[in-house]
Ligand binder design. Structure first.
Ligand code: ZN
Ligand code: ZN
Length: 646
């Protein structure tokens, strides 16, 4: 039993004064010797969630036990009552329990749940015997607040005083590496903790190893995550899901699908759960792998996962972004329940297909159904306005964020508005929006403006945006490419050269064009001027033949997209080697007639590929769907659904 420490003054909580004058503070009391019945009554009232009555009885009990306090504390958390928590805590101090590490742990948890980190911290600061459980409780509280830096600082202190970590400690500190510090610092700490985990013999602990995979994944270190995953002797569904999600998050969707296949084949006892399914559906989405997505949908239905909201939302997005908007809508309509994420999925699906009005209608339907729009809802609906050129609608939706919905428009919303105005060639107005912003515009907003300048070839505004962008994100190659393209279009070749030199001297890697196509449920990827594919010769021959034939129909190669001062013939050869054309030719050779050809591109579709695909769709009578980084283009009979506005 605890030694009685005598009432102590608490810095935040006022000193407890007993309303019952006869309370004795017998240090040797325990529940068996003195009035166990009152203790038991308090405990049973707590268990029945009758906190008020339990507190009244507490006044009558001179010697509450540790268990009584434990239940009282839990009850305060459940009832979400900070004032009652104060009463219990004051009495607990009065009874000398404030040096009990077990109760300290419970108190820290309670204050964390009651959103009073300050009081949780005080409990921690006052306790002298800090067991690993006490440390963990504070780590947990800080983690919930996203305060990773403090977790790592305290962890350092914990190591210094020689308290040994347990598996929970490792979970908290590994997570702290992701939220706490800047990427490189977090990574350094993470590696240190990784080494410590191995030293302490936790390498076969599934949960810790999985957390490590997740940490490396969030820090963008795919190789490290992969290494840990491969070394694992035992893997749970969470481990598999973490590694699959790691690939998806880091733009390696092909690898994600491959790992999912491996999981299904190799581990009989591990079955995918809803988290796994969301990740693999996202992988299909980013690859526009509709056929594989359909197989996954069938699996979802078989396993009854179609009632899990994130799964159905992922299905809606998968269908729509893979080009089948109708199937996406059907899944959406069949949902028994919907949350704001489900609505957002469908709204942004309409947006990516260029159906701005439908997106607005659905947004209004969501609001009238009683679902409160999130900030992402506005990003989705404003993005949709931009794709259809709905300027006034976009402006009034933007206004409504503050006026009707009581939220503050973020940088992203401003970027959407700038995009809406910029695309409509109202660049003055867009620039004014940026000038009037109350928050720092950041790269997203300036990037929007630069993108619009690319469409309308406005050198003046482009230079202004580019200047800011080189300060804000000096390493983003996309900005340099856009600026160079604008100069090239304006025929300012000296400037093109200057921007390209800038790109080279700063050692920035340009993102190379890459396109994917799904043929017979397999994904094939093409890099611009790819030499690797075995069907390469056949592809080139077909492209040359089609190009020659289409020229007779009026196709003129848009060689201005080539940022080199070269002969026209040479430029034509370069644009003909663009990855989306290679993927398109591969699709024409290998996909049976009548089937829609679906291609995904990692960058914006260039003018030449756009016009080439329009001609092809008419020339070979095929429907072609290309999803680029901005939207979905649906080519049929010589026209594109974007009306050449993307
Ligand atoms: Zn192209
Ligand atoms: Zn288009």
């Amino acid at each position: 039993m605890l030694a009685f420490q005598g009432p102590q003054k608490h810095p935040i909580l006022p000193h407890y004064s007993s309303p019952v004058s006869s309370i004795s503070t017998n240090p040797n009391s325990n529940s068996l010797s003195i009035r166990p019945s009152v203790n038991q009554s308090i405990q049973s009232l707590c268990l029945r969630n009758n906190l008020k009555q339990a507190l009244q009885l507490l006044y009558k009990e001179p010697n509450p036990t540790q268990h009584t306090y434990e239940l009282l504390i839990l009850s305060c958390s459940r009832q979400n009552s900070l004032s009652d928590a104060g009463i219990v805590h004051r009495r607990l101090i009065h009874d000398g329990f404030d040096q009990d590490p077990f109760l300290a742990t419970k108190l820290i948890d309670m204050y964390s749940q009651l959103d009073s980190l300050e009081r949780a911290r005080l409990v921690f600061d006052r306790i002298r015997k800090r067991t690993v459980f006490v440390w963990n409780a504070l780590f947990r509280a800080l983690s919930l607040k996203g305060n990773g830096e403090e977790v790592l600082e305290l962890y350092r202190r914990m190591n210094a005083v020689g308290v040994r970590s347990d598996r929970f400690t490792y979970t908290y500190v590994l997570k702290a590496c992701v939220v706490g510090e800047g990427l490189s610092l977090g990574l350094g700490k993470g590696r240190e903790i990784h080494a410590q985990i191995l030293r302490h013999g936790y390498e076969s602990h599934v949960h810790i190893m999985t957390t490590l995979v997740d940490m490396y994944s969030r820090l963008g270190c795919v190789d490290d995550a992969c290494f840990v995953f491969n070394e694992m002797t035992e893997r749970s569904v969470v481990s598999w899901s973490a590694m699959i999600a790691c690939y998806v998050k880091n733009g390696m969707s092909l690898e994600a699908l491959e790992l999912f296949r491996e999981m299904m084949v190799e581990s009989d006892d591990v079955l995918p759960n809803s988290v796994t399914m969301v990740s693999v559906l996202q992988a299909c989405t980013s690859l526009a792998a509709l056929e594989q997505g359909k197989l996954l949908h069938a699996y979802v239905l078989r396993k009854g996962l179609d009632t899990v909201l994130p799964v159905t939302s992922a299905l809606v997005t998968m269908y729509a972004r893979c080009g089948d908007l109708e199937l996406g809508r059907r899944v959406f309509d069949q949902m028994v329940r919907r949350d704001v994420v489900s609505w957002n999925s469908m709204i942004s699906s309409y947006g990516s297909h260029g159906f701005g009005r439908k997106a607005i209608d659905l947004f209004n339907e969501m609001v009238s159904s009683g679902t409160k729009p999130s900030l992402i809802s506005f990003v989705s609906v404003l993005g949709a306005c931009s794709h259809e050129g709905l300027i006034e609608e976009g402006k009034s939706l933007f206004e409504s964020i503050r006026k009707e919905h009581g939220m503050f428009p973020s940088v992203e919303h401003h970027a959407c508005l700038v995009d809406i105005l910029g695309r409509a060639n109202r660049l003055d107005e867009a620039a004014q929006i940026i000038a009037d912003m109350r928050i720092e515009p950041g790269p997203k907003v300036w990037g929007s403006l630069l993108g619009s300048c690319r469409i309308h070839c406005n050198v003046e505004f482009a230079e202004r945006a580019f200047k800011r962008l080189t300060q804000l994100e000096a390493k983003n190659a996309g900005n340099y490419v856009l600026m160079a393209e604008i100069y090239a279009e304006a025929g300012m070749w000296d400037q093109v050269k200057r921007v390209k030199t800038l790109l080279e001297t700063r050692g920035i890697q340009k993102l190379s064009g890459c396109s994917w196509i799904e043929v017979k449920r397999k994904i094939y990827s093409f890099m611009s001027a790819d030499e690797l594919n075995t069907q390469n010769e056949q592809i080139h021959a077909l492209l040359l033949k089609l190009s020659a034939e289409m020229k007779e129909m009026g196709y003129v190669p848009q060689t201005k997209v080539v940022l080199y001062h070269l002969e026209d013939e040479e430029k034509e050869r370069i644009v003909l080697g663009h990855s989306e054309k290679l993927a398109l030719a591969y699709g024409l050779i290998n996909n049976s007639r009548g089937k829609i050809i679906r291609i995904t591109k990692n960058l914006r579709l260039c003018e030449d590929c756009h016009s080439f695909t329009k001609f092809i769709s008419k020339f070979v009578s095929r429907e072609i769907l290309v999803r680029d980084v901005n939207r979905i283009h649906y080519f049929r009979d010589g026209v594109c659904s974007c009306h050449d506005y993307w």
